[in-house]
Ligand binder design. Structure first.
Ligand code: HEC
Length: 135
């Protein structure tokens, strides 16, 4: 009788544990970027001459995305949404406009930076810095 109870309990624990695993590693939903952003031209492509993008990244993004963009910043363990490695193919294969939209407009746990980063040139420098992280 006792062993039966024990096995019911341990199966119960296993189910709860597995559900928790699934909940915490749930893949990111598709993030639709509006067409006008997707094809938006980066007139500052390739440049981060004065390190503006790098400074902004360190100030606003590093705490979650980590110094190298791997998603291992100091605040990362407070975040439930999967944060993809910014240097990965999945992220880098997106257009500059898509990275601009996701990085500035955001959604849910990815904050909106429209008020904190107002200048378009600064925003593009940030995109350029995200590109540089992958090199
Ligand atoms: C509070 C934590 C936090 C901060 C600060 C933060 N991010 Fe994010 N970021 C996230 C999360 C969480 C996601 C995943 C969001 C989702 O998929 O819904 C994300 C996703 C992204 C993506 C999309 C990557 C992909 O999967 O395609 C980009 C680009 C990005 N962030 C750029 C930035 C930039 C640039 C900054 C700074 C200006 C920044 N983030 C600051 C949490 C953060």
């Amino acid at each position: 009788m006792k062993t039966k109870l024990n096995s019911i309990l341990s199966i119960g624990f296993m189910v709860v544990f597995m559900l928790a695993l699934v909940a915490f590693t749930a893949p990111q939903d598709d993030w639709e970027v509006p067409a006008e952003y997707k094809t938006m031209e980066n007139e500052f492509a390739g440049e981060d001459e004065d390190g503006i993008g790098e400074d902004l990244y360190k100030q606003h993004c590093k705490s979650c995305h980590g110094k190298e963009g791997y998603g291992d910043g100091t605040k990362a363990n407070e975040i439930e949404t999967e944060m993809r490695d910014l240097t990965s193919e999945e992220v880098q294969s997106q257009s500059d406009g898509e990275l601009f939209y996701k990085g500035i407009i955001g959604r849910d746990e990815m904050p909106n930076f429209e008020k904190k980063i107002k200048d378009d040139e600064d925003r593009w420098m940030l995109v350029n810095y995200m590109r540089a992280l992958a090199n």
